[in-house]
Structures are given as C-alpha cells and as structure tokens.
Design a protein around this ligand. Structure first.
Ligand code: ASP
Length: 345
C-alpha cells in the first residue's frame, strides 16, 4: 500500500524522519509524532513549539492533539507551558490516561511525570516580535486586540477599588516599552516579523497497513488571551482521523473551526458519500458563511480512505506538502482556493 505524508507547508522539515519510519514498517501514529516533533524543535518556526510566539502576557502556551484512525484513540494537551514536546505529551495522554484532553498546570505536571525535558520556550527573537507588535498595535483600533485588551484590563482591576478607566496589568504595561540592551550586548539580528502571526503544523500519515493518523501542534494565535485554546487540541475541530472515511486537519482561525467542527465535518461528509473535494468545498463554504467579527483564513488538509490527499484554503495562494512512498522528498502543492468572505489573517 502506498505510504503517505500530507501536511501544512511547515511540516516538510519533519517528513524525512517520518517517511523513514513508515518505510521501516512503522505505524502512522509513530510517523505523525516524529514529523510534528521535528517542527516543534525548530526555533525558526514561530507558530509551533520552541520559538513559538507567546500569549498577550508573553508566555508561550502550546496546544497539540493526536488521533489514531484505526482505533479513534485520541490525546490532546492545551495551554502547555515550559515544555516543547506537546505532541509527545498528547501521545502520553492517549496511551496512558483514561482522558483525552489535559490542559495548563495539569499538562505541565504530566510532562514532568513523563520525564519530558523542561525548557524556556520563549526565544529572544519570539520575544522581540511579541514586544514589537504590542508597541505598534495596542493603541490602534484592531478589533481583536482591543477586545483582548479590554478583557485583560477588566480582570486586572481591584474589585475593592473599581476604576472606571481600564488599567493594563503590570506585565502588559511594562511590555509596551522595550527594555534597554545591557552594556556590551551583541547587536541583535534585524527584526523579521512574520507575515502570519499565527500558524500550526498539521500532519496526516498513512502507513503500509492503510491506517491513518493525524497530528496537530501550535503555539496558537500570538497575543492570544492567556489560557485560550484554539482548534488544534480540540479533536473534531482542528484534527480528526477515521480509517473508514479519511482524515482532516486545520490551520488558521481556530475559533471558526471550533464552531463548525471543521475537521470532523470533512470526514463526516465523506462518510455520507461526498468526494474528498466536495467535502472540503462544503467545509470552506461553511467557514465563509460563518458570522464572525474576526473572520479570517482557515486552511484544511485532508486524505480520503483510499489515501488520496487534497487541501483547500479560504484565501488564495496557500500551499501544503505531500510525500508518497515513491517520492524522494516532500512536494509543495498549491491548495485549492475556495473563494468567499474570509480574508487573509
Ligand atoms: N489554528 C491555530 C489556532 O487557532 C492557529 C493557526 O493555525 O493559525 O490556535
């Protein structure tokens, strides 16, 4: 049976170890974990794992999920701080706990129990990007940031001394002024702010036995409200795999995929007889039609039960990657653009 890896474009870095595993007879779950782990370790990817962009308060919080299409077993972690290996921890949840989703302090506790390596996830470059956008953006009228700022300011008020003026919490107030460099500090690299201040890695694998697995990992939307979970750790929203029908995974504005259970919808459309392309078109049309004041792009990669890959985006010009057994390396392909009302984030 043809081996297959399909993913968001940033997954390509993880395909060599994953394909090697599949070719050695490894299963789809092992391959997905290997591919996603390589992306989590890449400090230049500011959307996943080590080097990911932090939340509003400057803390990097990771979300990840894993699903085995053969058994429908799943494991997820959310708002994981202080550990890089979110997909490995999702696997620990799947394999060792009678639960499917563990978040926050519980996730960090489980990581310590599983003897994962603790690490400060915030790289100097990610911190500089975080600070620069706060300085530029807080005073403007960006709906998303204004709303988040109001929420944080409201929670920071002392209930005993209500203050009609929103007050920034101390962490955030000090964040709006970059600290001076210490004397003798090396000149920092020129700041490169990524066009996308969000992102995720998606990987779907099909092994020699024809089993599917799907993995998703992200540091989530940069400057997100602390504790916010997107679609990535929510099985059904950002990730779904069922050998009988296919698999799907999402990147982009997670709140939209959460509301529509997008990954599950794609797989269920195939269950009810739609082709892979039809299923993806339906999901994209639903995303465009969703009333959402923060509406922005969502991208979906998917595989049908016969191992055919496809991908769509609600915005033009997006790519994904595919590698099959007979290919020497991952191939970059254009996602099919389904036009509508979503704009690029
Ligand atoms: N889906 C991710 C989230 O909402 C972000 C992204 O892929 O852009 O956390």
């Amino acid at each position: 049976m043809t081996l297959l890896l399909v993913g968001s474009s940033n997954a390509a870095i993880g395909f060599p170890p994953a394909m090697e595993l599949l070719q050695a007879g490894g299963n789809a779950v092992d391959a997905v974990v290997a591919a996603v782990a390589a992306v989590e370790a890449n400090p230049d990817d500011h959307s996943v794992g080590y080097g990911g962009l932090p939340n509003l308060l400057g803390e990097v919080e990771l979300d990840a999920s894993l699903m085995d299409g053969a058994t429908l077993a799943t494991g997820s972690v959310g708002a994981l701080a202080g550990y890089r290996d979110a997909i490995a921890l999702a696997r620990v949840v799947m394999d060792t706990l009678p639960h499917v989703l563990v978040v926050g302090a519980g996730a960090a506790r489980l990581a310590a129990e599983a003897r994962l390596e603790p690490i400060d996830l915030l790289t100097p470059e990610a911190e500089r990007i975080w600070r620069s956008r706060l300085d530029d953006r807080l005073p403007d009228d960006s709906a998303y940031l204004a709303r988040v700022r109001d929420l944080v300011a409201g929670l920071a008020r002392d209930p005993e001394h209500p203050d009609p003026d929103p007050v920034l919490p101390p962490d955030l107030a000090s964040a709006s002024v970059a600290p001076p460099d210490p004397p003798g500090a090396p000149t920092p690299r020129p700041l490169r702010i990524p066009d996308d201040v969000h992102g995720t890695v998606n990987v779907i694998a099909r092994d020699a036995a024809g089993h599917l697995a799907c993995g998703v990992s992200t540091s989530g939307w940069a400057w997100k409200y602390p504790g916010r979970l997107g679609d990535s750790p929510i099985v059904g929203a950002g990730n779904y795999a069922d050998d009988r029908f296919g698999a799907a995974a999402c990147t982009g504005r997670g709140e939209m995929a959460q509301r529509l259970c997008t990954a599950h919808s794609v797989v269920m459309a195939m269950r009810f007889g739609r082709t892979l392309d039809d299923a993806l078109t339906l999901a994209a049309e639903d995303l465009h039609a969703l009333p959402d004041p923060y509406k922005s792009e969502v991208n979906i990669v998917a595989v049908d039960r016969d191992g055919n890959p496809a991908a769509v985006s609600t915005v033009a010009g997006k790519t994904y990657v595919v590698q099959m057994s007979e290919m020497a390396a991952a191939e970059v392909r254009e996602r099919r653009f389904v036009p509508g009302r979503c704009r690029a984030a």
